[in-house]
Design a protein around this ligand. Sequence first.
Ligand code: C2O
Ligand code: CU
Length: 474
Amino acid sequence: MSLHHEHHKHHEHSTHAHHAHGGHGSVVHAPSAAVAADYQRAYAQAEPEPGGTVVRVDLEAREVDWEFTPGRLTRVWAYDGQVPGPLIEARVGDVLEVRLTNGLPEPTTLHWHGLRLPAAMDGTDMVQRPIEPGQAFTYRFKLMDAGTFWYHSHSNETVQVERGLYGAIVVRAADEPVFDRERVLVISDVMLDESGQFTTFDGREQRGGREGNVRLLNGTSEPELVIWGGQVERWRIINAASSRYVRLSVGGRPFRIVGTGGGVIEGLTIVRDVLLAPGERVEIVVGPFEPGEIIEVVSEPYDRGMGEHGTELFATVRVGPAAPSQCGPFEWTRQIAPLVRWSASPTQEIVFSEQIGADGDVRFLINGERHYRASPVTVGEPQVWDIINTSSVDHPFHLHGFFFQVVDRDGILPAYLSWEDTVNVPAGGRVRVAWVADDRPGEWMYHCHILEHHASGMMAHFAVVRPSAQSSDM
Ligand code: C2O
Ligand code: CU
């Protein structure tokens, strides 16, 4: 597998024309010659577990008119004409086969955020050629884990994701507790002008990323949700916004966190709010409420280095008449063994820093570089990564294809053990994570999930490699 490349292809809409790379050489965003074979093999090897099935989904990305607010049409880019795209539901052990047809005026790819899949199916421009307008591409892989995941464009993301190219994935385990109702709530935002159309992106929005002026829940501005009195619901919440942080509160009521990005967490955790950085998911259990109550689902103020917003409304819950509940007390945690001891020393350091360019723009760097080439990770070797943020704003760190555990944040142990693919690294803070690559060699990446930061190069590429004795069968 070739790791060295000579050219650097720029993302559209990035504001930098030229930039220097450090000692690692520049990284081209293009697949190596081996990808076709890797793709064929991954496709052929994706077979459901006994009792599982192949879930087939046909998606078309195309331009369509959508009503974010009643009576006002916005030209969006959507999967199958909906924002968010269709909800994909399956069970652990199923194979998901998605054929994406590109009806957009520009190339696209589809990334499966949080899913453990073969590198060839990851939907980045390191592992596939972009799908040109009019063409189709089929992703096929087995679903390994239960949880709430999402899919989104991984090409020209600052434009494509904001315009609507994202959707939710729910993967269920064989035995999960029953709730009176389950909802998937996808949070996002859009920046619209007076006529309801997207404003053009200018690089000025880069320091904090682009925050919209219309907040969305499931593609609608401030929707109303109706819950029956006395019922208990499971909410799967996804932050799909380009850069907006959401410190979610359900009318200030206590709620239980049952899961995060990598599924069910360990331990009983009851909170009054939870911070969701872009890319993160959380599963909570809400209710029961009294008939007639009105509860606001809001984001409480949070300063990510950009000053505080006021409280922001996302949805209003109206509690209807009482209805019977089938949801008794439930025991639902899972044992998660710590991957490393809290005192383990880091095997890699990842430094997020900022730099003011000659043009006055702020740039965010990883280990002093844009498009950093990190050292390879060997299958089975424990990784302990210190992610150090010396910059003045928070950055959500997202690792493709693998889950990690948070070991500590500035020396403080996490409130609960969980598996994650995205974690917020506060301005001036440090988060230590641990993970082990299972046997899925190939080209992977991590990046800041503020899409404008990612697009401007706040990302790193690395290879997962088999121990050298086995490398011949790669
Ligand atoms: Cu949701 Cu490369 O990310
Ligand atoms: Cu960032």
